[in-house]
Design a protein around this ligand. Structure first.
Ligand SMILES: Nc1ncnc2c1ncn2[C@@H]1O[C@H](COP(=O)(O)OP(=O)(O)OP(=O)(O)O)[C@@H](O)[C@H]1O
Ligand SMILES: [Mg+2]
Length: 321
């Protein structure tokens, strides 16, 4: 294991923000930490980076405890939620700072920065201040700075959260090429399940300072262990229907119109081109349904699903049965 968290805990006052956090990340692996705002994602990254100290448990990098090792000696490439660039320094000087601290000679610094600016396609912007860059360009400076550290581990905290959807789509392949395909383990924090599914080898779904389930994107989609994970992975969320002491889960994309099905009332229809999304009122509650763009809605909609695609959860505990 390259990075290991063993029963890590962190509290503020009486409040345990992280509880018994166990996580192992292998060489070359990208693990996404996925969870709602305030569940402890950034706190976990700060502990790994050494910017904060745990109150319980231990953190190991390449098998060695890092408790006493200060942040700057941990060789971690971190990209913060809010770029954290120095506003009064040019792109070039922002990148140079880390290399100066490490004591690299001037010429080597210049060469490495020029090479890196080329890689992130910012050579023409080298002398601009961060305020004179677009969001995507600032994000690339932050990535370049992390890359220049030659880190053992990358920690990326919502590295694309400030970008619009189109820029994210553009940056995602670059991010893969520059960082995710490399040999270093990566922890990628996001609250966007689609981004996690697209980028990560494994996803850890966090809830109130704990990991609720960890697995490949497909495992979480096919076999969510709790109703929370079931509704966090996949958009729109899985439908949950009450059935005595059981909750029956059906994904919106597994519903279809069928003459033998359950009678429903169409509440809303959104056409997305290749697909369309319906909201239906059924005798068992409201249903979300996804269908292909050319599906024709019957005059009296009746909806069905295949039994073997049902998920079953205990109503009292929320656990998969
Ligand atoms: N220094 C602190 N003192 C007290 N509480 C804190 C401190 N830092 C964080 N917290 C609390 O810890 C919890 C977890 O915060 P954290 O920043 O890790 O959340 P997050 O999962 O990164 O959320 P987001 O998606 O909004 O970035 C929050 O409830 C936050 O208010
Ligand atoms: Mg955060």
């Amino acid at each position: 294991m390259t990075l290991e968290l063993q029963s890590v805990g962190r509290r503020f006052g009486e409040n345990w923000i992280l509880r018994q956090l166990d996580l192992s990340v292998n060489e070359g692996e990208c693990v996404a930490l996925l969870g709602a705002s305030g569940c402890g994602k950034s706190t976990a990254l700060r502990l790994i980076a050494g910017l904060d100290q745990p109150d319980a448990g231990q953190i190991l990098i390449h098998g060695r405890r890092v408790d006493g090792i200060p942040a700057r000696q941990r060789r971690i490439g971190m990209v913060f939620q809010s770029y954290a660039l120095f506003p009064h320094l040019s792109v070039r000087n922002n990148l140079e700072l880390g290399l100066k601290i490490r004591g690299l000679p001037v010429e080597e610094r210049q060469n490495r920065i020029s090479g890196m600016l080329d890689v992130v396609k910012l050579s023409a912007q080298a002398d601009r201040l961060p305020a004179q860059l677009s969001g995507g360009q600032r994000q690339r400076v932050a990535l370049a700075r992390a890359l220049l550290r030659d880190p053992l581990i990358y920690l990326l905290d919502e590295p694309m959260s400030n970008l619009d959807a189109q820029l994210r789509d553009e940056l995602r392949p670059e991010l893969k090429k520059l960082i995710l395909n490399g040999p270093q383990p990566v922890i990628y924090v996001t609250h966007d399940q689609q981004e996690a599914m697209a980028l990560a080898d494994r996803i850890a779904v966090m809830r109130s300072g704990q990991i609720e389930q960890i697995g490949s994107p497909q495992e979480l989609y096919d076999k969510p262990m709790t109703t929370y994970v079931a509704q966090f992975i996949g958009r729109p969320p899985m439908n949950l229907l009450e059935d005595d002491d059981v909750m029956v889960g059906i994904r919106p994309e597994h519903l279809y119109f069928d003459a033998e099905g359950m009678p429903c009332e169409l509440i809303n229809r959104e056409w997305h081109g290749a697909s369309q999304q319906f909201i239906l009122n059924s005798p068992r509650g409201e249903l979300q349904m996804i269908s292909s763009g050319d599906t024709i809605v019957p005059e009296r909609p009746t909806v069905a699903w295949k039994r073997d695609l049902e998920h079953r959860f205990s109503k009292s505990s929320g656990f998969r049965q």
